[in-house]
Design a protein around this ligand. Sequence first.
Ligand code: FPP
Ligand code: ZN
Length: 328
Amino acid sequence: MASTLLTSKHVAYIQSLDTKRDRLDYHLTSHLRLSGVYWGLTSLHLLNHPTALPRSETIDFVKSCYHPSSGGLGASPGHDPHLLYTLSGIQILATIDALDEIDGDKVVEYVSKLQNPDGSFSGDEWGEVDSRFVYCALSTLSLLGRLGDAPGVSAEGAVGFVLRCLNADGGFGMAPAAESHAGQIFTCVGALKIAGVFEKSLSEDQVNLLGDWLCERQLPNGGLNGRPEKLEDVCYSWWVLSSMAMIGKLQWIDREKLVEFILSCQDEENGGIADRKGDVADVFHTVFGVAGLSLLGYEGLKEVDPVYCMPKDVTDRIVWNHRKILTT
Ligand code: FPP
Ligand code: ZN
């Protein structure tokens, strides 16, 4: 079992993903493609190989997923726009310093049309509502520098919806009264952090309760699960850990055991990280494994931003150094 991060294997694995266009699994994942590029690119940046994907082809691909009529982006060319892929496209362009390649005003218009009267956001015109989409909307707007300057968007309304997703057990769910889930906790805490209202929204007792719920996700094998009674899974090394980092409780995790668990899920031959040991690696679990290791301070990795899941130097450059915080 590998006891170190197999960086060059992971770089080669990610580079190989786009060369398999004749394979069935490439086509079966086309509904995720733009997010796949974001996961691969983010992994490469954190692994300190930022130029391992060709920049101009990356920009061309993002633009091919863009719908000039609505301002949203789809998962692949010809796919309907959705907030999930709109965020991925903006994250990619922000990471490679190419936001000027797309019409930011149109993207803001797309996002604003998806807000509902209760402050929540629908993922697309078909209307599914989930706290994930509040995060996608606020993250997209803030990466575009438009959080306080998006006509028709009520950030206060979005914050109100997120706070209604808070449960008595300390966690957050996908909607008011829905079960606490670590993925939703990432999106809800992240949305509050992006809006700049986390600290004033939760009391110290509420933050401690949330920290308890999150650190209880660590299992005896070192891995983290997303809810009580579920199996460990590498992606929760991100959803749980980033939430703990955002609330300042990262030290409540057994770092050594989690590092060992993530490293044990690497494909030692072909690169990539799987959800758990022995399973097939994929780029989704690769980025969240690498990003989790970055949060844990693993040697040789670039620092990741727990709020945006992007390289910290990128978010410092485009968000934190000149952010506008909600004033109400
Ligand atoms: C678990 O999903 C994860 C979530 C519910 C959070 C997803 C967050 C986003 C889409 C926002 C954008 C993300 C980033 C990193 C910028 P799952 O379907 O795997 O849950 P399960 O383990 O219960 O099946
Ligand atoms: Zn997973």
